[in-house]
Structures are given as structure tokens and as C-alpha cells.
Write a protein that binds this ligand. Structure first.
Ligand SMILES: C[S@@+](CC[C@H](N)C(=O)[O-])C[C@H]1O[C@@H](n2cnc3c(N)ncnc32)[C@H](O)[C@@H]1O
Length: 282
């Protein structure tokens, strides 16, 4: 079907619900958490790319897990940037990492880390603060393709100017160019920045992690979820904090839908950084 035609198609409610149910039953992913209008838009886009005309055919296609992986890579929005929301990184330097530096070991979790720019930002700051060797970082995302790129993060030369400005605003202590080497059009961050990183495909709506963390970053993912479902991911994130551990959300996100506020202190209300109140979560 031609692109212009399929983009005009509406998805009938019944097939939409049927599709959501199939994806959750088969793979655990709760698409109902996401904003419905954006899921509809993304589904139409994926149907175009995968050359299918209706959700029933898409369902048949993705019942094979390799096709489901491709579906996830196309369905997810992987927009990210180096030192995105620079004030958050300043706050990390000022209020979060100095506290965590007192611990023998620092376990850090990135949820929805995308293609590696957020991981690179974190790694550069840890390196500048001399903390890298006591850290263990777990970088996760729903998209396997995004994670694959995150193994050796790079940015295009065209984005260097913006990245450099963000790095300075984020309190950068060196020159950004000290951290990458350039090929024809890409700047590849030095491999040694990622020596303490493990990667894992992880779905916040259904995945299991069997450890707790001193710092969790889950930034610019919850904005894709309907407010009525945000309690679930927020509770899961808080559950995975060690006593006194920190949680960093995106600037546009909020803990408002998390019911047990007494478990958390606000570290920065503008940067959405919170700290677990030394209460063991059950
Ligand atoms: C907009 S990007 C944000 C990237 C980065 N955290 C940042 O702030 O720049 C959102 C990321 O969340 C991932 N994502 C979407 N749904 C997810 C889910 N259910 N579980 C884990 N990650 C998910 C996407 O693949 C995407 O890489």
C-alpha cells in the first residue's frame, strides 16, 4: 500500500485492543501504558515501514520474535542528546555524586538509555570526578538496536556545537574533544569510558532486575506513558533504589503519580531528582 494511503487509515478500536492484548500476552510489553494517540501514530508508521496494511497482519508478522525486535526498534522514540538538560548534570555533580562518592561501590542503572548519549554524558562526569573505578553501570533499553549503538557511542560532527555548549553548561571540566576521536563524519567516544558498563535489554513495564542501585536514571521515558499508568513504573523504580539511593527523571516528568511520597526526599524539584529515605522497600 502507498504511504499516503496508509497514513490516512484509522485503526479500528477492536483491532487496536486486540493488538495490545496480543503484545502483552506474548511479550509482556504493556502498550496500554503509552499515550494512545502516539501509539496509534507509531503503529501506522511501523505498518508503513514493515509493509503491512492492518494490525492483524502486523500481529502475525511479529509473532516471530526477530520481527518483534524490529518492531520495537521502529516503534520506540530514541531521541536523545549529549548532556541533555544540562542542569541535571550540574545537579549530579553538586548534590548526587559527592554523596555517593562516600560509598565503597556505586551501582548505577540507566532505564531507556537509548543510543548512548546519556551514558556518555554520565561516563564523562564520573571520569572527571574520579569515580569511574568504583562504579558499575547497567545501561538498558527496550530497543536492541538502540542498545547496540550504545556499545560504542558516537555523535555526528553536525551535532558537536550543541553538544559542546551542553557540556559546558553541565559544568564540563575539560574539553569535550578530549573524550572522542573523529572519523569522517562521526565522533566516537573513547572505549575506556565504557569499561564499567554492562548492557541489557529491559522493559520497564514487565522486565525483572534482581539487584538494587545507588543511582537510577530514567529520563524522558515516562512522558510517553499515560498519567493513570505512571504509578507502576515509578513504584518499580523506587523499589530498585538502595537505601539513600537517588532517582533522576526528565525535566518534564513528575513523581506526582507515585503514591508513597514519604519514602522520598526531593533533591531538586526543577531537575526532578529524588532520594530514597533510607526506608527498605518491600
Ligand atoms: C526519548 S528516549 C530518552 C533517552 C534518554 N534517556 C534521554 O533522556 O535522552 C526514550 C527511550 O526509552 C526507550 N523505551 C521506550 N519504552 C520503553 C520501555 N517500556 N522500557 C524501557 N525502555 C523503553 C526507547 O527505546 C528510547 O530509547
Amino acid at each position: 500500500m502507498q504511504q499516503s494511503l496508509i497514513s490516512q487509515l484509522e485503526i479500528p478500536e477492536k483491532s487496536y485492543q486486540d493488538f495490545l492484548e496480543f503484545v502483552e500476552d506474548r511479550y509482556g510489553l504493556k502498550l496500554e501504558w503509552y499515550n494512545k494517540s502516539s501509539v496509534m501514530r507509531r503503529l501506522l508508521k511501523v505498518m508503513n515501514q514493515m509493509q503491512v496494511n492492518d494490525l492483524y497482519t502486523l500481529k502475525l508478522l511479529i509473532s516471530e520474535s526477530s520481527h518483534f525486535q524490529k518492531f520495537l526498534d521502529r516503534f520506540t522514540v530514541q531521541v536523545t542528546e549529549l548532556f541533555r538538560e544540562p542542569n541535571t548534570w550540574l545537579e549530579m555533580r553538586k548534590s548526587v555524586l559527592p554523596v555517593l562518592s562516600q560509598r565503597d561501590k556505586i551501582d548505577i542503572l540507566l532505564v531507556g538509555s537509548s543510543t548512548g548519549e546519556e551514558l556518555s554524558s554520565l561516563a564523562i562526569i564520573l571520569d572527571e570526578m574520579g569515580l569511574m573505578d568504583k562504579c558499575q553501570i547497567l545501561a538498558t533499553d527496550l530497543s536492541a538496536a538502540a542498545l547496540q549503538k550504545a556499545h560504542r557511542p558516537s555523535i555526528s560532527k553536525a551535532r558537536l556545537h550543541e553538544a559542546d555548549m551542553n557540556y559546558r553548561k553541565a559544568g564540563g571540566m575539560s574539553l569535550l574533544e578530549d573524550y572522542y576521536q573523529t572519523t569522517s563524519s562521526l565522533c566516537h567516544f573513547h572505549e575506556q569510558l565504557f569499561r564499567k558498563v554492562k548492557f541489557e535489554q529491559f522493559d520497564i513495564s514487565s522486565g525483572e532486575l534482581n539487584q538494587k542501585f545507588d543511582l537510577i536514571l530514567c529520563r524522558n521515558l515516562l512522558i510517553y506513558f499515560q498519567t493513570e499508568f505512571q504509578e507502576h513504573p515509578l513504584s518499580r523504580l523506587v523499589h530498585h533504589l538502595k537505601p539513600g539511593g537517588f532517582l533522576s527523571l526528565g525535566e518534564q516528568e513528575t513523581m506526582a503519580f507515585y503514591p508513597n511520597h514519604e519514602n522520598l526526599q526531593i533533591v531538586s524539584s526543577s531537575q526532578k531528582i529524588y532520594r530514597q529515605n533510607f526506608v527498605e522497600q518491600v
